[in-house]
Design a protein around this ligand. Structure first.
Ligand code: NAD
Length: 597
């Protein structure tokens, strides 16, 4: 622990004892930098000098500068910079503005024949020039979200070995046991605040993609930056490659992972434990997002670490929050409160159980007992209705087992239970067929139909099917995006229940307050704030989530509310600023070129 007097302020900085001296120095500089960002408007000459010195000593020049994606500006380097940094002759003579560069990127994107080609093109841009990549992504978020994330990212993961060009993130395998901290120290950025980690076992609804699942942490972190304003230098994608059960990949000569079956049990747990401890040593306080683990491990890991370190599982908690937000918005159309509804979920995995838990918590907040709340959440899994007489239920499903005779199919369950809302999180395509949707329309004036399975090929029903078979009355949301549907002369705009409305804002709030833990209350609050961000105009056309171009504003609102919870519950490790919103705003990364001369 060091106490340092800097700019007249006493700062206490803690480093693990075993941190090498150069790491400690680099961390200290990173800390000074982040302090300076917070105090951007009143930064003194001293901090500027320090930052400048730090930058100059590491600053590449000439061709090396053009190869550094964090610093490269490509054709936007000014004449002055070209003179000073040895770039003359290495670039075409004309100097472009970032807006002109954006136009060129869009022109190129439009020329690509497929979305996968667009994904590859954007990935290469991210490798060349991060500022331009994020400018393009933020300015065109609605068009590009389906490319950098679901559904295209699903296909990209399926073909990751084939389209692989340049490595991004940290890969950890059993061979690294005992040296995971060393691997993390190889990462070039030192002030990491958010890590997305997967073991690739359940990528979207596509199953086990092993190390090829790296596309998911990479994609999610791009969204942390684009949608939550978290600096890309503060994020780290990690894949823990413990093998795969996917025979096609094991047989594929271009597969990027290790060719063996999945390690499970103790060796797996020990590797994860070492990873978690290493993160605390190398990037203390960084938030860890568990992503696309198979459900056997996902629940276990969350339970094991949620009260120990700053972490959450997006498939369980993020999905729950976005779904609950969709339900809150739907209530503004149907009237009533959550407790007046009966929810029937198809799929009792990570997304399903996470959602049931959060809906139940919200109903308890409305005054129901936990038991009463759970009695309003019903499930059908691959074996039928989840009822008490079943002996095959795992612990988390048992909590929702109802006193009811067995029912084999989802359609029969809809007929018998007459739910007001059906939520599809089964990863099984076409499960909300015509007869299910018609049955929902028979018993509800405005049936709530959320078909959340990803990617599009796995959706329980399309937007068009949902509207057609409910005579345009469904309040519909999907996991992957659908185009607007014309129904009897009315334009209906389906909402995408994308976790991106939640995790970047939650992450920003957690990072800004330096929270020790991430709690369910934060997701509950995030869901409420998100629903409040939906306008009456949105609701009129059926859109129960805000338009994506507003995502940065929405994430800010979520972040402030989450940080409030952090401070209220005493989970912050830094003092509350007087103006919380302004302090969070000052952290926001804007993709703009800095002058280097
Ligand atoms: P999971 O593997 O943990 O759970 C899947 C569940 O579906 C299991 O309970 C399984 O028993 C059940 N199931 C399988 N076949 C079934 C069938 N024929 N009938 C009924 N139930 C069946 O997976 P998960 O993490 O819960 O994700 C499920 C789906 O939800 C995926 O497609 C995923 O992409 C999607 N998802 C969407 C969002 C979102 O849109 N915001 C977020 C998270 C997950």
């Amino acid at each position: 622990m060091y106490t340092i007097n800097f700019e007249g302020e006493e700062m206490v900085i803690r480093f693990p004892k075993d941190l090498p001296e150069n790491e400690a120095l680099s961390k200290f500089l990173g800390h000074i930098n982040s302090q300076s960002i917070l105090k951007k408007n009143r930064s003194s000459d001293a901090s500027q000098r320090l930052r400048r010195q730090d930058r100059i000593s590491n600053f590449p020049a000439g061709a090396a500068l053009l190869r550094d994606p964090g610093l490269n500006k490509g054709t936007a380097f000014t004449e002055e910079e070209r003179d000073a940094l040895g770039l003359q002759g290495l670039l075409p003579p004309r100097v472009y503005t970032i807006d002109e560069q954006v136009r060129r990127v869009i022109w190129n994107l439009n020329k690509k024949p497929t979305d996968l080609e667009r994904y590859i093109f954007l990935t290469s841009l991210q490798d060349r020039n991060k500022t331009l990549f994020y400018r393009v992504l933020i300015d065109n978020i609605e068009d590009l979200m389906p490319i950098v994330y679901t559904p295209t990212v699903g296909q990209a993961c399926q073909e990751y070995g084939q389209i692989f060009r340049r490595s991004r993130g940290i890969f950890i395998t059993a061979r690294d046991k005992g040296n995971i901290a060393g691997l993390l120290r190889n990462w070039p950025y030192k002030d990491i605040r958010v890590i997305v980690v997967t073991d690739g076992e359940r990528i979207l609804g596509l199953g086990d993609l092993g190390a090829d699942g790296m596309g998911i942490p990479v994609g999610k972190l791009a969204l942390y930056t684009a949608c939550g304003g978290i600096s890309p230098a503060m994020s780290l994608p990690v894949t823990i490659d413990v093998g795969t059960e996917n025979q096609t990949l094991l047989d594929d000569p271009l597969y990027i992972g290790l060719r063996h079956r999945r390690q499970r049990g103790e060796p797996f747990d020990e590797l994860i434990e070492e990873f978690i401890v290493a993160v605390q040593q190398v990037f203390p306080g960084a938030m860890i997002q568990f992503e696309d683990f198979g459900n056997v491990n996902a629940f276990r890991l969350l339970e094991k670490y949620r009260n120990e370190v700053c972490c959450f599982n997006d498939d369980i908690q993020g999905t729950a929050a976005v779904t609950l937000a969709g339900l809150y918005s739907s209530l503004r159309i149907t009237g009533g409160s959550l407790k007046d509804h009966k929810f029937l979920l198809l799929g009792a995995g990570e997304a399903g159980i996470g959602t049931g838990n959060l809906i139940a918590a919200a109903m308890v907040d409305e005054g129901l007992s936990e038991e009463e709340a759970r009695q309003r959440c019903w499930y059908v899994d691959s074996k039928g209705l989840v009822v008490k007489s079943r002996t095959d239920l795992s612990g988390h499903k048992r909590l929702f087992a109802q006193d009811h005779p067995r029912i084999a199919t989802f359609y029969e369950a809809v007929k018998a239970l007459k739910p007001t809302a059906i939520i599809g999180v089964s990863g099984q395509a076409k499960m909300f067929g015509r007869e299910v949707l018609q049955a929902m329309a028979e018993c509800n004036e405005r049936p709530i139909v959320f078909s959340l399975s990803n990617p599009t090929t796995k959706t329980e029903c399309t937007a068009e099917e949902a509207y057609t078979w409910t005579e345009g009355r469904a309040i519909f949301a999907s996991g992957s995006p659908f185009d607007p549907v014309m129904f009897k002369g009315r334009k209906l705009v389906p909402a995408q229940g994308n976790n991106v409305y939640i995790f970047p804002g939650v992450g920003l709030g957690v990072i800004a307050s330096r929270a020790r833990l991430v709690t369910d209350e934060m997701f509950l609050v995030a869901a409420r704030v998100l629903a409040q961000e939906v306008s009456e105009t949105d609701l009129k056309i059926g859109r129960i989530f805000p338009p994506l171009p507003r995502i940065r504003e929405v994430s800010m609102a979520v972040a402030v509310a989450v940080a409030e919870v952090v401070y209220k519950r005493g989970l912050a490790t830094k003092p509350r600023p007087d103006d919380l919103a302004a302090s969070i705003q000052s952290l926001i990364y804007e993709p703009e070129y800095q002058s280097y001369v």
